[in-house]
Design a protein around this ligand. Structure first.
Ligand code: DQA
Length: 151
């Protein structure tokens, strides 16, 4: 199995960015731990971050032929991006929406997710563990997809 983990704007600043909200763990540390978790499960994980909406759209489009599932922390684009939503709707592999913080316990504008209706599910509020739970969810969904294809 191959899983793509995509990170949106400002997540490159984790560790120094609003530590009271997002914690002290850097994105690099999350990447290392996720790769360890994936290796232990015999899964290949590719980890990417971009501040650019277009680049995230391109990576989502490309993922449909290369990966079995996507773990996506779209950052602020979660709440605004029709382009990301359309890209997710266009691909058949499962996409799991994740957030470090509990977006439902924050400002009203964060309670709205543009992408949630086209994702397989949402994991929000578990800090870096949201990534690890997201990987497990992506694997489960990808296996379910494969089973349906085999039928
Ligand atoms: C975030 C939540 C978003 O609302 C915010 O814009 C982010 C990070 C999270 O991981 O908690 O950049 O996706």
């Amino acid at each position: 199995m191959k899983v793509l983990c995509l990170n949106g704007p400002n997540l490159n600043l984790l560790g120094e960015r609003e530590p009271g909200v997002y914690g002290a763990t850097t994105l690099e540390t999350i990447r290392e731990r996720l790769e360890e978790q994936a290796a232990a499960r015999g899964v290949e994980v590719t980890f990417r971050q971009s501040n650019s909406e277009g680049e995230l759209v391109t990576w989502l489009q490309e993922s449909r032929r290369k990966y079995d599932g996507v773990v996506l922390n779209a950052g602020a684009y979660t709440h605004t991006s029709v382009a990301l939503r359309d890209a997710i709707a266009a691909i058949r592999i499962p996409v799991i929406e994740i957030h470090l913080s509990n977006v439902h316990a924050r400002e009203d504008f964060r309670k709205q997710s543009m992408i949630a209706p086209v994702c397989s599910g949402q994991i929000s509020g578990f800090g870096p563990d949201s990534y690890f739970l997201g990987l497990e969810a992506a694997l489960k969904c990808a296996q379910a997809c494969k089973k349906n294809e085999d039928k």
